[in-house]
Design a protein around this ligand. Structure first.
Ligand SMILES: C[S@@+](CC[C@H](N)C(=O)[O-])C[C@H]1O[C@@H](n2cnc3c(N)ncnc32)[C@H](O)[C@@H]1O
Length: 254
């Protein structure tokens, strides 16, 4: 199956931004490392607090029972990983390839007295976990950044046990009603405020540009299906500004 993966065709996009949009691991991890100290504060400010609502939607929807081993991929500063432990995950493995982001996650866990989270610096395309070793996998705002999203979903499938669940949260372009107001903010105000407060020239221009270049929800669902998942549900949140994708790895037929 073919997917229209991000293509940078807009000549107004300058060379540095175009390079980031190629999603080479060293460029993406370097960018997140440089903004790590500002990431949480800017996330909250620029999403008007909606980021917390989106992540809690993702975690709540899992209905954890207290026995699950969970992988949180592209864990960043650990917001989802911490919340998974608070909501009953038996153990969490938080994987991200930006060491400065992970350092913040570790210190947040330490300060909050939350144990049971293992932090691993690694690429989502080569998860250093055994096959069929986790019950649930989550990824919030990570898929859009990886070099090969389909390969990342296939790698998640490898580490999930049969019957295990996948939950992905990702930003998207909202439908027409909210679109004009939202895009005016997202493409013009956010990059300006982000640059001012993070002191990084491109990170907050990359954010709307990467959402623009990312496949629409139906295509993301098709990728999840192509990676072999079943029971795929796509739920828009906040009027389609983000989508939550849930799916299950099939059990072999008895
Ligand atoms: C937008 S942040 C999201 C962080 C976190 N999940 C959250 O909800 O705030 C994206 C994270 O994905 C990580 N990332 C992107 N591509 C990755 C890859 N190929 N392997 C591992 N981590 C990756 C980045 O380093 C960054 O920390």
């Amino acid at each position: 199956m073919d997917f229209d993966l991000p293509v940078v065709a807009d000549p107004s996009v300058d060379a540095d931004l175009a390079l980031l949009l190629e999603h080479r691991p060293s460029n993406i991890s370097g960018m997140f490392d440089s903004i790590a100290d500002h990431y949480d504060r800017l996330d909250r400010l620029l999403s008007a607090g909606l980021d917390e609502h989106w992540r809690s939607h993702l975690v709540r929807d899992l209905g954890l029972t207290g026995s699950e081993a969970v992988l949180d991929l592209c864990s960043g500063t650990g917001e989802v990983a911490l919340s998974l432990r608070r909501c009953g995950a038996a153990a969490v493995t938080a994987v991200d390839f930006a060491p400065e982001m992970l350092k913040i996650a570790e210190s947040k866990a330490r300060n909050a007295g939350i144990d049971g989270i293992r932090f691993i610096c690694a690429d989502a395309l080569h998860i250093p976990l055994g096959s069929a070793s986790v019950d649930v996998a989550t990824m919030a705002f990570g898929l859009r950044n990886v070099e090969d999203p389909l390969a990342a979903i296939a790698e998640i499938s490898r580490v999930l046990r049969p019957g295990g669940r996948l939950s992905i949260l990702e930003l998207s372009r909202p439908p027409s009603v909210v679109r004009r107001i939202y895009l005016g903010y997202f493409e013009h105000v956010l990059p300006w405020v982000g640059r001012l407060l993070s002191h990084h020239r491109d990170a907050y221009r990359y954010l709307p540009a990467s959402v623009e270049a990312f496949p629409p929800p139906a295509q993301v669902a098709a990728m999840i299906s192509a990676a072999g998942f079943e029971h795929i549900h796509v739920t828009p949140v906040s009027g389609g500004v983000a989508h939550c994708y849930s799916a299950r790895k099939p059990k072999p037929e008895a």
